[in-house]
Design a binder for this molecule. Structure first.
Ligand SMILES: [Zn+2]
Length: 232
């Protein structure tokens, strides 16, 4: 495999309520997926392993996995992280640094409390990894090159000051980037960039992720995993 399977989550709801936001999934759905991943023998790898193996052009085993979360919702800490730990999985959390410790309002129909720096530091001490989701959570393709550079630089500086992640990485807000954005991110010192494109060409600044949405039956999740395995 050129790339491991990389899953993209956003929010996990402990009470299982359906708030109409497709990227907010109930805890039962999340745990069902983690149970399946464990049963199938998946194990999570971290950003340093991913970067080092991409550097060497090494292949990945079929059952290697990265679990990622975008935005930095408080439930990532309260609900998702304990479930991940129970299953022996690690994960990477991409934070929009301007929103830390506040409530999100970049998402038109959903405002949720966000993680704060102390919670992130706690999780990091337990093995969670962190990356940048931009500073203000704006589509970097729509900013001037100067504004985009400032946004990703601000996020990177805040993260290195607070959490010192060993591999500076970014997940593009809304999932999309352009060649210009990817070059700019590399110039700003990031080493990996995560997107949502379906087909992986092993571009380390546009790593493809499999988006998880509310209500997907487990059989379909399993089918998509299998598809990633054979196409990766
Ligand atoms: Zn986002």
């Amino acid at each position: 495999m050129k790339l491991p399977v990389i899953l993209l989550y956003h929010s996990v709801a402990a009470d299982g309520s359906d708030c109409g936001e497709p990227t907010r999934i109930p805890l039962a759905q999340f745990v069902g997926q983690l149970d399946l991943l464990r049963r199938l023998g998946y194990r999570t790898i971290g950003l340093p392993q991913l970067r080092d193996r991409l550097d060497r052009g090494a292949v990945f085993s079929r059952r290697e996995l990265l679990i990622t979360f975008d935005d930095g919702y408080r439930d990532n800490c309260d609900t998702a992280w304990p479930a991940l730990q129970e299953h022996g999985f690690s994960a990477v959390f991409f934070l929009s640094t301007a929103w830390i410790g506040r409530a999100s309002d970049f998402n038109s129909h959903l405002s949720l409390p966000m993680i704060n720096w102390d919670q992130a530091a706690d999780m990091a001490s337990q093995g969670a990894e962190f990356g940048s989701h931009g500073h203000r959570h704006v589509d970097l393709r729509e900013l001037s090159p100067e504004q985009a550079a400032l946004d990703v630089r601000t996020a990177k500086q805040a993260l290195s000051a607070k959490l010192a992640p060993p591999v500076p990485s970014i997940a593009y807000p809304y999932g999309f980037s352009s060649p210009a954005v990817r070059r700019l991110v590399e110039r700003e010192g990031y080493q990996l960039g995560f997107g949502v494109s379906r087909t992986g060409n092993a571009d380390r600044f546009d790593l493809p992720r499999m988006t998880i949405t509310h209500g997907e039956p487990l059989w379909r999740f399993r089918l998509r995993l299998l598809h990633r395995e054979v196409s990766g």
